[in-house]
Ligand binder design. Structure first.
Ligand code: SF4
Length: 385
């Protein structure tokens, strides 16, 4: 009979103290002499308290906790395209807290290892960073946030940063398999496949400052002060999602991962500490599934893009929305398309990123993987003189 998952929730306004308390109260395996790879969300060059990346004080608490239990600790990341791990560790404040304590590992520095995905729905093998496979225990330390493509981004989703370099992008470019229910994206199925081979041994969700709304990178920081920890990643994610105001069984990648690869997301079957969680729920504004709603006059055709292009377009809209409106077409809208599945779009559409290259005859193609927001605006100005 499977063991009942145990998930601890600590409430504290101070990031280091809250994270350390959650770890100290959780049941952890024997750590003496073990190699631990801490995998925070340091996938972007964000600022330390932005809610986009893991709070450096939470990473420091995990370093201290696991070292005090006799483990050899390293911290690793394979960030999104366009930035290096060195840059993201530096800007997120992790370099500062880790220096002279632990090794920071650029997970892309070594050649990828190929890992088969038995029973994968959309993946048959994946290219994984070897340091991940060599660790005795990988600890996923996501920040609590919403996500336009996956509803939430928590412990399981954070493991995508263990995939080598461009392999992360491939997850957004997979063909949709026959029979996948309509409400499930191919990306959800890919993350569920990952759960079978890349599940962390321990998960600590950083809810010191979360991110709500336009996640994963352009939402609003949200002071929360909750830390969720446990050995069963799916159970931890389910509890964290509940605390954010989402029903875990309605989050496609969690539901599929539990069905396909085992794991519990049924709150009635998870032993939580404290037992009563409803008083701790702090509702997050969900990410819009349609950027067009947030930015009037703009129609975004998001056709299986990945987070890198999505972030670029969000940044473009945030910074240059009113300028862009000067370039509206005959229907008085600015059309922007991105992702590998762009089909027919109105003439004059801004085609963002290399994935749209085969549609360049339909509009203004801006190359890059991803392109930079300021370059997109410059290209529009050049071509509409
Ligand atoms: S062009 Fe954009 S959507 Fe395509 S892989 Fe590159 S970053 Fe992702």
């Amino acid at each position: 009979m499977p063991k009942t998952p145990h998930v601890v929730v600590a409430q504290n306004g101070e990031a280091y103290a809250g994270a350390f308390e959650a770890l100290a109260r959780a049941s952890v395996p024997n750590l003496l002499g073990k190699t631990i790879l801490l995998k925070p969300n340091a996938g972007r060059a964000s600022q330390p308290l932005s809610g986009v990346t893991t709070n450096p004080q939470v990473v420091l608490a995990a370093i201290d906790f696991f070292q005090q239990h006799g483990a050899k600790v390293r911290v690793g990341e394979s960030p999104i395209l366009g930035v290096t791990a060195e840059q993201t560790f530096e800007s997120t404040g992790i370099t500062e807290v880790a220096k002279e304590r632990v090794e920071l590992v650029d997970l892309d520095a070594r050649k990828a290892s190929i890992v088969p995905v038995p029973n994968g729905r959309v993946l048959s093998e994946i290219r994984v960073c070897p340091d991940v496979l060599e660790a005795d225990i990988v600890v996923s330390i996501p920040v609590m946030k919403t996500h336009m493509h996956t509803v939430v981004s928590l412990g399981l989703k954070n493991m995508k940063g263990c995939l080598h370099g461009r392999e992360k992008v491939r997850l957004h470019q997979l063909d949709r398999p026959a029979g996948l229910p309509e409400d499930i994206k191919t990306l959800d199925a890919a993350i569920a496949d990952l759960a079978g081979v890349l599940r962390p041994g321990f998960t600590l969700v950083d809810g010191a400052i979360g991110l709500e709304g336009l996640g994963p990178s352009a939402g609003s920081a949200k002071q929360v002060g909750l830390f969720v920890a446990g050995e069963d990643c799916l159970a931890v994610d389910a509890v964290a999602a509940h605390l954010m105001g989402f029903e875990p069984t309605k989050i496609p990648h969690l539901r599929l991962a539990a069905e396909q690869n085992g794991g519990c997301i049924d709150l009635d079957k998870i032993e939580t500490e404290p037992t009563e969680l409803d008083g701790l729920v702090n509702r997050f504004k969900p990410a819009p599934t349609e950027l067009s709603v947030e930015y009037p006059g703009v129609v975004v055709h998001d056709c299986d893009s990945c987070s890198a292009c999505l972030s670029t377009v969000v940044m473009l809209l945030e910074r240059y929305h009113s300028e862009l409106l000067d370039y509206a077409g005959p229907d008085k809208k600015v059309h922007i398309a991105m992702g590998k599945s762009v089909e027919d779009v109105p003439a004059g559409t801004l085609l963002i990123g290399n994935c749209t290259a085969n549609k360049k005859a339909q509009g203004l193609f801006i190359k890059g993987c991803p392109p930079v927001a300021s370059e997109i605006l410059a290209a529009i100005k050049r071509n509409t003189k």
